[in-house]
Design a protein around this ligand. Sequence first.
Ligand SMILES: Nc1ncnc2c1ncn2[C@@H]1O[C@H](COP(=O)(O)OP(=O)(O)OP(=O)(O)O)[C@@H](O)[C@H]1O
Ligand SMILES: [Mg+2]
Length: 251
Amino acid sequence: MAALLAMAFASNGYNVIALDADSVPNLALSLGVPRERAEAIVPLSKNEKLAEERTGARPGEGWGILFSLTPKVDDIADKYGIKILDNLKLVVVGSIDASKEGCMCPAIALARAFLLHVMIRRNDVVIVDSEAGAEVFGRGLAEKFEFNVTVAEPTVKSLSIASKLIRMANELGVAKNVLAVNKVRDHIKALRLVAKVLHPEAPPTHLIRWDDNVVKAEEEGLGLNTLPRNSPAKEDVFHLMSKLISFSKRP
Ligand SMILES: Nc1ncnc2c1ncn2[C@@H]1O[C@H](COP(=O)(O)OP(=O)(O)OP(=O)(O)O)[C@@H](O)[C@H]1O
Ligand SMILES: [Mg+2]
């Protein structure tokens, strides 16, 4: 979802940063970065040295200072990101590799600093791909979101969790919530389920069809940039992008 959304915005001329804030980052692969290159990415939270070299700021001064030295999205992307396209860069925030490193707190704090200090201009889009769960809300990362797109599957279990996450986002002041139900095989059933589980206040809901092309790409370890043009999931996510853009123009 995050990869396809990032590609959708980029193909519409936006400057996009895809920020992978998952503790098991895999957005690179979905964006089509070859596996060896993806595995060699050192996430920002483990790379203060790189930040020091590139910005001149001293580690330990905090990521906020580092980012405020380079507040433009393009510059940040050039300094810390991996170029996918001219207008699409990937920044990997953190990863938990060892069993003892149990916490994503530093990485989430870093992602938060990133969002606090980056100046978002009209044509910039930052997409934060986070894992499912409360951590992203609990640590205040979402405070800076314009949108929260909660991705769920068309099951009672998944939609119940989505409902809780949407409530948390609301409490944090993320005004614009969208529910994206992915892997949909039966639209009517999916919408009925949403109405039932999220009753009485389902946010604007967008359905994304089940897509064998996605399964095939994943099986072969290919990025979603290889999906055919008429791939249903791709079409639906591109449509979601248009909705977000018009939703963004509303007060
Ligand atoms: N529309 C779709 N149709 C069919 N399969 C899909 C679709 N969307 C996602 N998948 C499959 O579901 C699996 C999980 O997708 P994805 O990696 O996007 O989920 P995730 O919740 O972000 O997982 P992770 O926690 O590993 O990041 C993948 O194998 C992907 O190929
Ligand atoms: Mg993911």
